[in-house]
Design a protein around this ligand. Structure first.
Ligand code: PGA
Length: 253
């Protein structure tokens, strides 16, 4: 059976009360999940402690982490603060952070290293903007983001990693890429990773997901593609009904 991962990114879109309600509704609505399907919920930092005890089948993730373990970094969150709250994974290098918070490839690289050192699974987002796509640079941009984020990983430690291909122009606006185009980019990502890591490590520990306006209609065709290992879902994960329909579609693959 194909291994599939679905990640809900709640962004800065829900109050504490709404986050609790959504976590409860999702858990209540889920059928028993097979081991081949993993579901992560990534609430905002302030909702993590309240959402964690509600989770039965879903795993907890955060939306960012700082690259140092401790110290005078006002406003930042250390990896151990996330693991203390029961987080298993953390989204890194999301295009919204690159665009609005000035996050660079070097910062993303350092965050990946620190996350791994603290046993947090990195969910590393890569993807081109509309301008980069129109200039014919999408492959170049994705390869640069990927290689700088994921260089220097000690594969002997056998830690899991998610890479999410998220074309920036497809995020939050209903413009999903064609499944064949996603598949092509996923093949390029895997080809690039094969030049960095062994096939055995990649097969066992690295999954490449798609993100950008995924909803209940687009999820099936996307994850039916051979190299699309699941999805990162923003907007359609903020209502239990929509998100549960996505899980339902994933269960039918
Ligand atoms: P979206 O968000 O599903 O609303 O496009 C995806 C994301 O930003 O990760």
């Amino acid at each position: 059976m194909k291994k599939i991962t679905i990640i809900a990114n709640w962004k800065m879109s829900l109050s504490l009360h709404e986050s609790i309600q959504l976590a409860e509704d999702v858990e209540r609505g889920l059928p028993p999940l097979p081991a081949s399907l993993r579901v992560f919920l990534c609430p905002s930092f302030t909702a993590l402690p309240s959402v964690q005890p509600l989770l039965r089948q879903c795993l907890l993730g955060a939306q960012d982490v700082f690259w140092e373990n401790r110290g005078a970094y006002t406003g930042e969150i250390a990896p151990s603060m996330l693991t203390d709250l029961g987080c298993h994974a953390v989204i890194l290098g999301h295009s919204e952070r690159r665009a609005y918070c000035g996050e660079t490839s070097l910062m993303v690289h350092r965050k990946v290293q620190t996350a791994l050192a603290n046993n947090l699974t990195p969910i590393v987002c890569v993807g081109e903007t509309a301008e980069e796509r129109d200039r014919g640079q999408k492959e170049h941009v994705v390869i640069e983001q990927l290689t700088s984020a994921l260089s220097g990983i000690d594969e002997k430690k056998e830690q899991d990693i998610f890479v999410v291909y998220e074309p920036v122009w497809a995020i939050g606006n209903g413009h999903v890429v064609a499944p064949e185009d996603a598949e092509q980019m996923h093949q390029l990502i895997l080809h690039t990773l094969r030049e960095m890591y062994s096939p055995a490590y990649l097969d066992a520990h690295v999954q490449v997901l798609y993100g950008g306006s995924v909803d209940r209609r687009s999820v099936g065709p996307l994850i039916s593609m051979p190299h699309v290992g699941g999805c990162l879902v923003g907007t359609a994960s903020w209502h239990a009904h929509n998100f549960l329909s996505i899980i339902d579609a994933a269960l039918r693959i």
